[in-house]
Design a protein around this ligand. Structure first.
Ligand code: HEC
Ligand code: HEC
Length: 365
């Protein structure tokens, strides 16, 4: 028997799990009868047992050339893992980008992300759009000898590799995938207008160089993969609206690492904390993160502060900023993000502290 996975029993996760389940629930019971005459639904698609059977690799063992590499300009922090990503779009298909903040992928699209720790491949995650509303999440655990990777059990695999003294990376379960990937307007989080913009942020923490032949907005427009075509996304590439380079990098980090959950349309919308960038937003509007976090009281209170002093982001005062406090924490009840990481992202904490410290405190009211 496998030991129970060491999941944070965080209130944060509990709340989100309830909310995500509510979204994922099929129709209310009564509706099922009304639809009884419909043909029975097809069996849900299943991920193959071996990574080598998913289409990532070609017959020669190398990555199939039909899979395009890509690298989001603001990567997700996963305890220092090095990552590679690929996408396969069905031949001749295009992505419906009529809502620039919620790209709709053609049925059959697959995306993969490989995770390496200390140079060794540990897991490769896959997202597969198997039907018009059907997404399959899967992750494959690499054999020590690197020969192939095997589908992980639905609950994930705890503690597969040490990432810092006494801290080990766990392979997330499929519910964890959905918690991050099904809480925002788009299921795919790193292949979108901001992340593929040709105007890449040179200060983005942990940014990776673009792999040769990588998909970017300009390559997608040139190869007619976007529908409608949107050459304006190349002429006027999406970027974070910011007053200086530090703010740009800080808000880009928050959009990618936090905005999947903290956005205006997912289960956490009621918190009113919107960290997700809106590529379709007005160029003159403040970033949603500035509008909703700076000097907002929030619900969570930084421990030890006088009553009423805590803010989500307290301009000019990192010590009173709950957002920073929670990024620095790895206690299950307060850490942010609440899952997927055991090691604090020190580089990001430093960047966010610098951004907060430099922001002018609001004029006395
Ligand atoms: C903590 C939140 C989180 C969890 C948990 C998570 N992901 Fe992701 N994932 C992201 C973010 C954010 C990105 C985009 C940024 C990046 O790739 O660095 C991403 C990217 C990906 C990609 C590349 C395509 C894309 O959406 O950009 C794949 C494939 C993927 N994840 C699969 C999975 C699977 C499968 C699981 C569960 C086994 C999982 N992820 C769990 C947040 C998460
Ligand atoms: C997997 C989803 C998820 C991700 C990703 C995530 N959060 Fe959260 N966050 C939550 C949930 C759920 C809550 C509400 C419960 C709580 O406060 O613990 C929350 C609450 C918060 C709060 C308190 C808001 C208030 O009203 O006081 C802050 C601040 C916060 N998160 C910051 C962040 C930051 C910064 C990141 C990225 C570094 C992040 N979160 C990433 C799920 C997430």
């Amino acid at each position: 028997m496998r030991p129970p996975s060491r999941r944070p029993a965080a209130t944060a996760l509990g709340i989100l799990a309830v909310a995500v389940t509510a979204i994922g629930t099929a129709r209310p019971a009564g509706v099922a009868h009304a639809l009884a005459a419909d043909p029975p639904a097809a069996a849900p698609a299943r991920a193959p047992r071996l990574l080598s059977e998913t289409g990532l690799y070609g017959p020669d063992g190398g990555v199939d050339p039909r899979n395009l590499p890509f690298s989001p300009q603001y990567p997700l922090w996963t305890d220092g893992a090095a990552k590679s990503r690929w996408i396969r779009l069905p031949e001749g298909s295009s992505i419906d980008v009529s809502d620039v903040d919620a790209w709709r992928f053609p049925v059959g699209t697959k995306l993969w992300k490989e995770f390496r720790f200390a140079g060794r491949r540990v897991e490769t995650r896959m997202i597969w759009k198997a039907g018009p509303d059907e997404w399959v999440f899967a992750t494959y655990v690499w054999a020590e000898d690197g020969s192939d990777a095997t589908l992980a059990p639905d609950d994930g695999v705890p503690d597969v590799v040490e990432v810092a003294p006494g801290k080990r990376h766990s392979i997330p379960g499929v519910e964890d995938c959905a918690t991050c990937h099904r809480s925002s307007p788009a299921v795919v989080l790193g292949f979108n207008a901001l992340q593929l913009s040709d105007d890449r942020d040179p200060l983005a923490p942990h940014a990776e160089p673009l792999p040769p032949g990588a998909a970017t907005l300009s390559s997608l427009v040139a190869s007619h993969r976007l529908e409608p075509s949107r050459p304006d996304l190349v002429a006027n590439p999406p970027r974070i609206r910011a007053s200086d380079p530090t703010e740009r990098a800080a808000l880009g980090y928050l959009s990618a690492n936090c905005g999947g959950c903290h956005n205006a349309s997912g289960p956490l919308a009621r918190l009113g904390l919107v960290l997700l960038h809106d590529a379709g937003g007005s160029p003159d509007a403040p970033e949603p993160a500035v509008a909703t976090a700076v000097d907002s009281a929030g619900r969570y209170v930084v421990p030890g502060l006088p009553e009423g002093a805590s803010r989500v982001v307290a301009a000019g005062d990192p010590a009173r900023s709950a957002l920073l406090h929670r990024m620095r924490s790895r206690r299950p009840s307060s850490q942010m993000p609440p899952l997927g990481t055991r090691v604090v992202d020190e580089e990001a904490v430093e960047l966010l502290s610098r951004w907060i410290a430099r922001r002018d405190a609001p004029a006395a009211r």
